[in-house]
Design a protein around this ligand. Structure first.
Ligand code: B12
Length: 386
């Protein structure tokens, strides 16, 4: 194991803490010995020491590309760095589908587009399309999302008008081109328009994404979350579901726990992110102690849809807690609605094509399969040699 001091973190060149870094940049001048010296001087002005120009390549007639090494004496304290991150549990597609089935009545309406003059649809498609991204299904695949992908080059006004008409619960905006901060300008304008817009629900969830977008920028611009490069759709889905539950009457609340139970649960939770699962007051009263052991198959009181959505008697609100359902509990066949259960017993044979077409074929007499036909006297390619 390499020993690194996180409080004095320095770049690694070819030895720990040597502080060597590599820079690459273009100068708008022809490649020449003077241009090379200019590149070196420039990097020295950045307070790098032992500077050497490793490579100078002509870029057309009037430009040159440099790769320069230099050493920094600076270090950073990694332990003091805080980066805002989208704080959602890592749930798989199936876990999310199960969760949505249990907690959400009507599909969540998602409206997404790549806006302004930006024509890059691939990013928003990766999040929304059925196929998804990197083996992770897109939002269209989720039964409880109703997705409207408005593609690209939509003005902010058009996007808002469509969101109103489609009754959006979540608005997803992609910005890929960031030349001259065009993405920031466009997103600021959108935010201003959204502030003035009265026809959209108050709890509208607003997400932005793109290779130059991060959560910090999104929060700064007034959006709910920002997603950058290599975002998986299930992460976006997790965020939308969590926010949706928080913002609707499904107020998500973490039950109060004693100090002791908090301490006891910690080892169990390691490596297992908490997730929101609806549990109403009655369920909590039944067995709060065992509810904590979320991985034991029998302790999960599966809430019915009605129990979740209707407010509890006496003016108390429905109580939800961030919990992970026990493994397999939601996947058990008997837990699924009747129409989604697998058929029991033998499968009904499909009618043979000849029967469908009304051709004369006695009941019980089915056409042999292609393979059987091949073997038993169906049309054979071999010549008869009689
Ligand atoms: C394909 C492509 C094109 C295609 C786009 C086709 C299409 N239908 O999308 C075409 C040829 C049309 C094109 C055109 C241009 N392009 Co182009 N293009 C690319 C390229 C090669 C790949 C982009 C891509 O598809 N990435 C794959 C997706 C999956 O990644 P992604 O966009 O990052 O999306 C992920 C995340 O960011 C996130 N995400 C994205 N959006 C959202 C939204 C939400 C809500 C959420 C939650 C998440 C999310 O999730 C996605 C999955 O993880 C990139 C270079 C590169 N390698 O990235 C250049 C690039 C983006 N293009 C660039 C440029 C400059 C242009 C042009 C301006 C070129 C020109 N001078 O004409 C034009 C722009 C035209 C226009 N009006 O927009 C620059 C942008 C530079 C910048 N930072 O501004 C790049 C980076 C190339 C470069 N190095 O110069 N381009």
């Amino acid at each position: 194991m390499i020993e690194v001091n996180p409080k004095k973190l320095r770049p690694y060149g070819d030895r720990i803490d040597d502080g060597f870094i590599q820079l690459s940049f273009t100068l708008p001048v022809k490649a020449s010995p003077e241009a090379k010296e200019a590149a070196k001087e420039l990097v020295e002005k950045m307070y790098l020491e032992r500077v050497s120009v490793i490579s100078m390549e002509p870029l057309g007639d009037d430009f040159s590309l440099f790769v320069v090494y230099g050493q920094t004496t600076d270090s950073v304290d990694l332990t003091k760095i805080k980066v805002p991150k989208v704080d959602v549990p890592e749930l798989t597609y199936q876990e999310l589908v199960d969760l949505m089935e249990q907690t959400i009545a009507e599909p969540i309406v998602v409206v997404g587009a790549c806006t302004g003059s930006d024509a890059h649809t691939v990013g928003i498609d990766a999040i929304l399309n059925m196929k998804g991204y990197a083996g992770d299904y897109g939002l269209e695949r989720y039964p409880k999302f109703k997705v409207h992908n408005l593609r690209s080059q939509l003005s902010n006004e058009e996007l808002i008008a469509q969101a109103v008409e489609l009754k959006a619960d979540a608005l997803l905006v992609s910005q890929v081109v960031s030349q001259r901060d065009s993405h920031i300008k466009n997103l600021k304008e959108l935010k201003e328009l959204l502030k003035k817009e009265r026809r959209l629900p108050k709890g509208l969830i607003t997400l932005i994404g793109g290779p130059r977008i991060d959560h910090r920028l999104a929060l700064k611009l007034g959006f709910d979350a920002g997603f950058g490069r290599d975002t998986k759709p299930s992460r976006v889905a997790s965020f939308i579901v969590k926010e949706y539950c928080d913002r609707t009457e499904l107020t998500m609340k973490k039950p109060e726990k004693s100090e002791q139970s908090k301490q006891e649960e910690q080892p169990k939770r390691q490596g297992r992110p908490a997730m929101p699962v609806a549990v109403d007051d009655a369920d909590m009263a039944i067995d709060e102690e065992t509810m904590e052991d979320s991985y034991a198959p029998l302790v999960y009181q599966r809430p019915t849809r009605g129990q979740i959505r209707q407010p509890a008697e006496g003016g108390t609100s429905t109580l939800l807690t961030y919990r992970r359902p026990p493994r397999g509990a939601a996947k058990r066949d008997e837990d699924k609605p009747a129409e989604k259960r697998k058929p029991r017993g033998r499968r009904k044979p499909k009618p043979a094509p000849a029967q469908e077409a009304g051709k004369a074929e006695k009941p019980g007499e089915s056409k042999p399969s292609r393979r059987r036909r091949g073997r038993r006297g169906g049309r054979s390619r071999r010549k008869k040699t009689t």
